[in-house]
Design a protein around this ligand. Sequence first.
Ligand SMILES: [Zn+2]
Length: 362
Amino acid sequence: MTRLPTLEEIRRAPKVLLHDHLDGGLRSGTIVDLARDCGHTLPTYDPAELAVWFRDAADSGSLERYLETFSHTVGVMQTREALVRVAAECAEDLADDGVMYAEVRYAPEQHTSQGLSLDEVVEAVLEGFRLGSAGPDGKPRIRVGTLLTAMRHQARSMEIAELAVRYRDLGVVGFDIAGAEAGYPPTRHLDAFEYLQRENAHFTIHAGEGFGLPSIWQAIQWCGADRLGHGVRIIDDITVSDDGEAKLGRLAAYVRDKRIPLEMCPTSNLQTGAAPSIAEHPIGLLRRLYFRVTVNTDNRLMSGTSVSQEFATLVDAFGYDWDDLQWFTVNAMKSAFIPFDERLALINGVIKPGYAQMKWQA
Ligand SMILES: [Zn+2]
């Protein structure tokens, strides 16, 4: 049997990230700096202890504690300077992890409590990504596209969708809705999705994370989502018999037939209880059945993770080799919200040669 990829090797391979929250990926030291600057109260001002506090709160199984973590990250991201810094560091951290293309999302409406306009928020984050993407020679080390998120319990989705369209040629590549699924079906925001469709714009919807098939069905068949954020509950529409044969229901078959990308976030799903363990995570079955599976981080700070770490965890649990990791990466690049010719150029010019080299060295 050939040797499996190690974390160190995975870090060097080119990777693609489609589901990462800007307010879930701050460096703990930066939170401490920014909190001191703006007078925000933190549970501890020691960066190492704070990183552990975030991880523990996310692991606690308590929704209140999980949500409290975001009150601290969002709380210190209310000025232009803070947003530029956080976005720049996000791009640097992803590039350091070997991510060559990322789509990072955040909700502009959550960053206006100290007077920034929605446009100012978007422009600050775009500036941060631009600064953080440049290497020492000035050439970009990573390409970062932005997704603008609307909160599903709020009523500003139309405004945010218009914002995404307004900035679509300046680095915003799509739209998303996030927040508690139960009680807030995506169809509440139908006008925003219909507007985006008329504008030929792309969007993904957080669906099928904690809540079941109706949420996925609505996101695809009522709202027209291009991709599903998580989508793990699609597993509820698949029956596996004792001999391992899988039978797909109509919705699962539709998702697979139409190659609808699933933005899976294994570690995050364990923390929110959407999966009991990595070994039992639906990603194993969905990969085996050739759904359009992609591997993502969700909230790097709360989950103490990175794309490389997620890959390494899956290698441990399922014995994935370089071919599997390349397959996930090509899936993600095919599913990105940038134009087809640019996706193809990255697949053929960066991903395939990169994995060929990793396999050759293994
Ligand atoms: Zn998410």
